[in-house]
Design a protein around this ligand. Structure first.
Ligand SMILES: Nc1ncnc2c1ncn2[C@@H]1O[C@H](COP(=O)(O)OP(=O)(O)OP(=O)(O)O)[C@@H](O)[C@H]1O
Ligand SMILES: [Mg+2]
Length: 291
């Protein structure tokens, strides 16, 4: 028996015999207003830190055509999300194994296939994603910059969104615009803010408080502050080396602060019981697609 077949059977066995179906699978969508603020690096290294804390994570690259995550990992996956839909592959066949137990579904790098999905394709995509219910603790969607129609649907259907900004005024303004647009479609949306590339924690706190004050004042919306990541040359270095900074440079400031974010995240999560999971995600997104 080929090794990957054996692995698949093992996973099936585990799912059906160890109560995986009962596990709540949280769906988190990562976004930003301005591009290039560090979403993909955040998504990848957050996933790795969550795994280190005992969480099972599936990371899905919805920035289709850009292959951000596979480049950051130095991987060249044989299959990707669109491939799964177009060739009716099983979701277990397109999950790529990354370092330290990371599981990745790549968006693929051929842009022209994207987003001309028929109703049948869309239903197939959702039914395959539905299989992840109970398989992982958390499904993380990394999306492209700004709000395309598709990424908006993903954010609105998710249990929560993590919004990444940097201290740059344009990034902050665009982050606020994202909150505003999404808030007008669903005022209950749970938003958590990460300020990336800060000079120090004081700057991070000041920026986060400013965004929080503005959303409170103009939208009467409360957002959570998840944390800060410093501007760290090790992040840049790790990108060049196509290795996640959390693995290559565990002692860097960026890795230490990421660990803090995960601790806060898991601690806050214990209090946060409203998880619709992947089934809820599929219900909501189907509704949004048919609107
Ligand atoms: N904390 C950081 N410290 C130093 N450099 C960083 C940090 N975060 C991100 N960068 C730099 O910013 C670049 C862009 O990061 P990344 O690709 O994660 O952004 P993105 O928001 O996913 O971009 P896109 O909108 O194009 O998807 C990285 O290649 C890295 O050089
Ligand atoms: Mg990206």
């Amino acid at each position: 028996m080929k090794q990957d077949q054996a692995q698949k059977l093992r996973e099936l066995y585990q799912r059906f015999n160890h109560g995986y179906q009962e596990k709540a699978t949280k769906v988190v969508s990562i976004t930003s207003g301005k591009g290039g603020v560090g979403k993909s690096n955040f998504a990848l290294n957050f996933a790795l830190s969550m795994i280190e804390s005992g969480q099972k994570v599936v990371l899905i690259d919805l920035d289709i055509g850009m292959a951000n995550l596979e480049i950051l990992l130095g991987l060249n996956p044989a299959h990707h999300l669109i491939d799964m839909v177009k060739h009716k592959k099983d979701i277990w066949d397109v999950i790529e194994k990354g370092p330290n137990g990371l599981e990745l579904i790549s968006g693929g790098s051929s842009f022209n296939e994207i987003l001309d999905l028929s109703d049948e394709d869309t239903d197939y995509l959702f039914s395959e994603l539905g299989k992840l219910q109970g398989y992982a603790d958390i499904i993380l969607f990394d999306t492209g910059a700004g709000l395309s129609k598709e990424s908006q649907r993903c954010h609105l259907a998710a249990d929560e969104i993590i919004l990444v900004t940097t201290p740059e005024p344009t990034a902050i303004t665009d982050a606020y615009s994202v909150i505003k647009i999404l808030h007008h479609q669903d005022s209950n949306l749970h938003v958590r803010l990460v300020v990336n590339r800060v000079a120090n924690s004081k700057e991070g706190i000041a920026i986060a408080n400013r965004v929080r004050a503005v959303t409170r004042q103009f939208l009467e919306k409360e957002i959570d502050i998840l944390g800060y990541i410093p501007n760290d040359s090790f992040v840049f270095q790790a990108v060049l080396e196509q290795t996640p900074f959390y693995l290559k440079y565990p002692k860097s400031q960026a890795s230490k602060w990421m660990k803090d974010i995960v601790n806060i995240y898991l601690h806050a999560d214990a209090k946060n019981s409203s998880i619709s999971g992947i089934k809820g995600f599929i219900q909501k997104i189907s509704h949004l697609v048919k609107k």
